[in-house]
Design a protein around this ligand. Sequence first.
Ligand code: GLU
Length: 495
Amino acid sequence: MEKVRVRFAPSPTGYLHIGGARTALFNWLFAKKQNGKLILRIEDTDTERLKEDSVSQILSSLRWLGIDWDEGPEKGGDFGPYYQSQRQGLYTKYAQRLVQENRAYHCFCSVDQLEEERQKLRQAGIPFRYQGRCRDLGPEEVQSKLRQGLSSVIRLKVPEAGQIVVEDIIRGTVSFEAEQFDDFIIMKSDGTPAYNFACVVDDHAMQISHVIRAEEHLSNTPKQCLIYRALGCKIPLFAHLSMILAPDRSKLSKRHGATAVGEFQETGCLPEALVNYLTLLGWSPTEGQGELVSPEQTITSFSLEKVSKTAAIYDVQKLIWLNGQYMTECDLDSLTLQAIPFLLKLGLINSLDVEEKREYICEVVGAVRERVRTLGELAESSRCFFQDIVAYDEKGLEKYFLNQESVEVLLSKGRERLNVLEQFDVENTERAYRQLIAELAIKGGTIIHPTRLALTGRTVSPGLFDVMALLGKKKCIERLDKAIDMLKKNNFKNN
Ligand code: GLU
């Protein structure tokens, strides 16, 4: 069987977005499943739309997601260069061949001329198509115009009738009428290739077996098939991945919140969770597998035939939920490592602490991770373990300090019990508090909530006794004293 070679071919016009990342991932999954190769090709011929740094951002997002490529930038390979801007010679060669074989031709029509025709047709209510004025220019005439230095594009001679049938692995047979297409441009007047032409030449030259890309490119496919036919090259198999729509089924855009991979990285998504989420945008895990699937599990059963035909709906809440699941379940050391940059960013630790306090940081991460959904939230929720409390949660203050009778007495009693403990661990602090609760015949929450507020400044935290053990006796007593003092002085203002 022919070797499977697929490609991800981003245009460096911005960051890697959810859509591009999903395309890259599905190519990667397919390559892995088929023991094939994933080629990364940078489609940078449209110089007007290029954005600086875009390539390095795309590469770093792919790397962060764990999507590695076998050939391409930074890797090399036998089919390079992998930047279209460095493959100009090849496009020129193929275009010249088509001209020589009379399958394409130079067109000297000026932009103004074409615009005039476009206007005329528009007035008559007819969609514009190039009328083929230069199609049958004689070779001498062409040469003479070229010698005069007249500007020209190269157009493909498109058959006037017939069908173009695209066999798409996901969408089935999709037919187009050839008459829909005019003699479209394959080489622009500046000598650079049009997207469809460069894409075909490269897919052919790079021996791509399957073109897996977004549905929005389906409309380009018949044109590409016409180019393949003209070149006499084998047409690869196509698989167009369904659209990713916003929750209101409109086109996904910036107004629907974060869609760039880098933004998720910044808010503290785990790459595993994002990869899992992207997988679900078109792939249904095997029954009984649940929604939490690793790439390894997906690869085992992955096939393009089973990729969904219907549009996927982008649901950022679901991604965040998945992320929370991963945060709870992943390896603690690895999570700690990923949390450190977020703690550093909030100034909760410094670079020396990273090594010196590693064990403590790890314990904090372990205690906090179940109640948060992103690394950003994790860092924020860890604040009380690294910094003194500068402000109490407003609602908590209202509820547990201001409107709860004799809270000051309760906290003082709690403080007394804690202060006599020799071993200040989870079991002993809990036993001490439970005893007190029983003796006072109060509900646990009556003392637990205000204590939590006093120790963490928040109404939500890891289990209170885990918090106590982590903070240690000295800090707990200090923080209780501070709260008691505030209550005594009737000074509840957040300072
Ligand atoms: N460069 C195109 C894009 O970024 C992809 C073309 C293709 O996959 O054929 O949308």
